[in-house]
Design a protein around this ligand. Structure first.
Ligand SMILES: Nc1ncnc2c1ncn2[C@@H]1O[C@H](COP(=O)(O)OP(=O)(O)OP(=O)(O)O)[C@@H](O)[C@H]1O
Ligand SMILES: [Mg+2]
Length: 414
């Protein structure tokens, strides 16, 4: 009897424990925040939680009368089944998404389902599945919005890139125009110089002609005297022809000129030739010291390099013409590798903060309308790109000093 009593007690205890764990699992079943249902292989609902009854708009004791067809719209119903058929693995399960409508709500919701095969639910002759579904509509909406926003952003970036490219092209064209304007402006300046330069020879020719005429009228002329005047006229005409030829060289685009070999003297004298008279007219003392290297050969693009020196000399002219002490000195020296052209003027140098900026296009300290700020940027382009050289300000000099280095062996020049 005592034995029986003991067994009853043990059984009672076990039943209690079982009841407790059943309640616990029921609680878990109902409290999972989403749809939990057990369905048969044909889609019949065998059990479901309160979320499922909410979706279906029915009482929980009516759930067993429902099937997947009541929960899902048609195309998704088929999809659900397809997934059920292939969910035979009890361990892994399946995850997929479907759309469904909820009772009393016309909008479509998106659900993410985790389905696994159950082996031990009630009747073993029927395939049963545990399906847990979560409403992920909001997540998907946010994702779609993000994708849209991303697409918009990409489109905006693409559009901005196109705008930027167009602006760059416009800027390039504009810069081209400005550079060509600058060339034309310096041509204008040159034409001014020419007026000075040509005026003198014209006076010489006129004077020589007059002298010959006078001698003829007085019938007091010797062959030598006439010849002297004729030679002078001839030389002066040659000089004028040279001036005009120079002006012509300046007016065309010489940026692609091939390299030729000239002497240091030729390049310096031709540059000075184009501006000497203008300098003299305002009392600038121009000194050239190239004696040691004057016959050295220099491989260069002659017209552009002349333009560089003229641009530097023109700047010197502009910045010292109103000083009391006005002078410019040009020297050329050589090392094993380079010719060093130094152009120094009596100004007080370039302020430290401007030393790098003066070579930038459009940087100018001249009054508005007086300069475009292109002279030095054009010069530096010609020196570096066409001659593989360098153009810098010598900040250690107490005056304004520009130093241009041109390789003696231009093999490597581009
Ligand atoms: N010899 C110099 N003395 C003092 N400042 C100079 C001298 N040469 C150049 N600079 C400075 O460098 C700036 C840029 O010179 P750059 O030749 O490029 O342009 P710009 O002379 O101002 O104008 P542009 O040459 O187009 O007429 C000048 O505005 C000036 O500030
Ligand atoms: Mg200038």
């Amino acid at each position: 009897m005592a034995m029986f009593q003991l067994d009853m007690n043990a059984t009672f205890k076990i039943l209690k424990i079982l009841e407790k764990s059943k309640l616990k699992s029921e609680e878990v079943f109902t409290k999972i925040p989403g749809v939990v249902m057990i369905i048969s292989g044909e889609g019949r609902v065998l059990k479901g939680n309160s979320f499922l009854s909410e979706i279906l708009g029915c009482y929980s004791d009516e759930l067993h009368t429902k099937s997947l067809a009541d929960i899902l719209i048609e195309e998704n119903y088929k999809l659900f089944f397809k997934n059920l058929e292939t969910t035979t693995d009890t361990v892994g399960g399946k995850n997929f998404e479907t759309k469904l409508t909820i009772a009393g709500d016309s909008s479509l919701k998106i659900y993410s389902w985790d389905v696994s095969f159950l082996t031990s639910f009630q009747d073993r002759s029927v395939d049963t599945y545990l399906a847990v579904g979560r409403d992920i509509t909001d997540v998907r909406i946010i994702q779609e919005k993000l994708v849209d926003a991303n697409k918009n952003l990409e489109e905006k970036v693409r559009q901005r890139t196109v705008d930027l490219e167009n602006a760059m092209n416009e800027l390039k064209n504009l810069q081209g125009t400005m550079v060509s304007n600058a060339r034309m402006a310096s041509l204008g300046e040159m034409a001014g110089n020419m007026a000075h330069e040509i005026n003198n020879p014209l006076t010489i020719i006129k004077h020589s002609g007059k002298s010959i005429k006078k001698s003829l009228l007085k019938k007091k002329f010797s062959d030598e005297r006439v010849e002297k005047f004729l030679v002078r006229i001839d030389q002066t005409v040659d000089r004028m022809a040279a001036i005009i030829a120079n002006l012509k060289g300046f007016s065309r685009d010489a940026s692609n000129d091939p390299h030729t070999t000239v002497t240091i003297q030729e390049i310096v004298e031709e540059s000075v030739f184009l501006i000497r008279e203008k300098m003299t007219s305002v009392g600038i003392n121009l000194e050239v010291d190239i004696e040691k290297v004057k016959n050295e050969p220099l491989v260069c693009s002659k017209v552009p390099l002349t333009q560089v020196i003229v641009n530097i000399l023109t700047n010197a002219y502009d910045f010292i013409k109103n000083l009391d002490n006005k002078w410019i000195k040009i020297t050329v020296e050589k090392t094993d590798e380079v010719f060093i052209f130094s152009i120094i003027d009596s100004g007080e140098g370039i302020p430290f903060e401007n030393r790098d900026r003066i070579f930038e296009p459009f940087f100018t300290t001249k009054e508005l309308g007086d300069g475009q700020g292109l002279g030095l940027s054009i010069a530096v382009g010609i020196v570096e790109k066409q001659h593989n050289g360098s153009l810098e300000v010598d900040g250690d000099c107490e005056n304004t000093k520009f130093v241009m280095k041109i390789p003696r062996d231009l093999e490597g020049a581009s």
